[in-house]
Design a protein around this ligand. Structure first.
Ligand SMILES: NC(=O)c1ccc[n+]([C@@H]2O[C@H](COP(=O)([O-])OP(=O)(O)OC[C@H]3O[C@@H](n4cnc5c(N)ncnc54)[C@H](O)[C@@H]3O)[C@@H](O)[C@H]2O)c1
Length: 251
């Protein structure tokens, strides 16, 4: 049975652990958590939230926050593969460069989860011919930490700045940038709409001779994460443990 290590056991991480235990899909070897009580409730080996390994597993799943990904990623990739959910961290070019270097040296892989959206495989496969990618996210104002009383387009520009300004809210933009034409060419639009009841993402991609779009609307789980993501995250880990699957080969 494949061994998986978790960093973060909140909405996404906790769901992955509970589903894995129920289905015996893979072995959860450890959970790194800042909140010890929350982690211990899951009944799997607990590790305090300190950077550094060892990571004696087939895959480490990060579902904490961008700073946690930055703390652990290099040490993880020196040993094994990594499935990060806090993808906005990659908008920092120094971090991305350091990751690529260690991944190449150690022949380990970063797997990019589709997370809150669908269709990343199509973007990835079109990346050599794509000319334009736009990602528009529309959410209730509070989901962006705002208090607008009318529909407000409050950001339009490169995905890189959107990721820096809203690191907890625009992982979909980071995923599209990583799998498509990068953080500087991907155009992000962020809309706060008090009449919006769901977290909505709309990806439009254009290439010579083809264009396609993907829309996902998900109820909020209460925090930054939509209804679809925890289960999609679990199924991604399960699929990677079973057979590999889509991902980003660094070496
Ligand atoms: N890729 C996607 O499509 C996608 C979708 C939704 C959320 N996310 C991102 O995934 C991450 C997890 O989301 P969530 O809804 O499960 O969040 P959450 O707040 O429910 O859980 C995060 C957990 O990580 C723990 N944590 C925070 N910093 C830590 C650290 N340094 N070390 C160890 N544990 C730490 C917290 O105590 C918490 O239990 C967030 O960064 C979120 O923005 C990505």
């Amino acid at each position: 049975m494949k061994r998986v290590g978790m960093i973060g056991a909140g909405i996404i991480g906790g769901h992955i652990v509970r589903r894995a235990l129920a289905e015996e899909a893979f072995l959860v070897a450890f959970v790194v958590e800042r909140d010890e009580a929350k982690a211990r409730e899951l009944g799997v080996p607990y590790r305090p939230a300190r950077p550094g390994g060892p990571y004696p597993v087939d895959l480490v799943v990060e579902a904490a926050e961008p700073s946690a990904l930055k703390e652990h990623a290099l040490a993880v990739l020196a040993e094994t593969d990594l499935l990060p959910f806090s993808l906005t961290a990659f908008a920092d070019p120094e971090f991305e460069e350091a990751i690529l270097k260690v991944g190449r040296r150690c022949r380990t892989r970063i797997r990019i989860p589709h997370g809150a959206i669908v269709g990343l495989d199509g973007l990835w496969d079109a990346r050599a011919i794509l000319t334009q990618v736009r990602v528009t996210s529309t959410k209730p104002p509070h989901a962006f930490g705002r208090a607008d009383t009318a529909r407000t387009v409050f950001y339009e520009g490169p995905a890189r700045q959107a990721c820096r300004a809203y690191p907890r809210n625009v992982n979909v933009h980071a995923a599209a940038a990583l799998c498509g034409i990068g953080f500087d060419r991907t155009v992000s639009t962020l809309i706060a709409d008090p009449d919006c009841r769901t977290l909505q993402h709309f990806i439009e991609a254009k290439a010579g001779g083809v264009d396609f779009s993907v829309r996902v609307a998900s109820r909020s789980t209460g925090g930054v994460t939509g209804w679809y993501t925890p289960e999609s995250a679990y199924q991604t880990v399960k699929r990677l443990c079973a057979e590999g699957g889509p991902g980003m080969r660094l070496a």
